[in-house]
Design a protein around this ligand. Sequence first.
Ligand code: HEC
Length: 164
Amino acid sequence: MICSLIIALAAMFCMQHKTGTAEAPFPSETINARKLWEYMTKENPYGRYPAWPGKEGIYESTMPPGDILRLYVNDLALDTIVNKKGMFPNGSLLIKEIYTEEKKVSLLTVMYKAKGFNPKGNDWYWVKYKPDGEVKLEGKGEVCIGCHVGVADNDFVFTGNIRK
Ligand code: HEC
């Protein structure tokens, strides 16, 4: 009896643990903003993800007008950042919350690495959500890239150097 309980608990732990780790949540052919929202808010809620190392909690953007931000990264992305791998692998997920002055989330901008989706843009899938999940923009993110291209040699990511 106790034995099977322990096994059940161990299995649950393993399953839980797996969700946060080294696998892409879905293949690039099927990526879309609705599915990504379900994944990041229900299946594997991003509130539990680690922060970009050194950017824990809420902080102010380096760019005018100085948005108030919080940046979550999944385990795949974290590994790339910590080990300075130079390029985020398939399934990497970066979620930036933008806050109002009253410290409420007003917008989320998201980058999801979907292998084969857009090789010219390093395969990033770009999304802008309202806090209720309404999709304001999704896909190749021309607008987003327009600015992030400035850091194309850092896999289009501003917050920190991911190269050795
Ligand atoms: C005018 C320039 C600009 C535009 C346009 C822009 N971003 Fe960014 N973005 C930044 C900067 C600068 C940062 C670094 C955080 C900060 O200090 O604001 C950033 C950070 C991010 C991050 C965290 C990862 C990183 O690069 O550090 C995500 C995710 C993100 N942006 C998504 C988007 C999406 C999605 C769009 C399009 C809807 C977009 N961005 C449009 C400038 C821009």
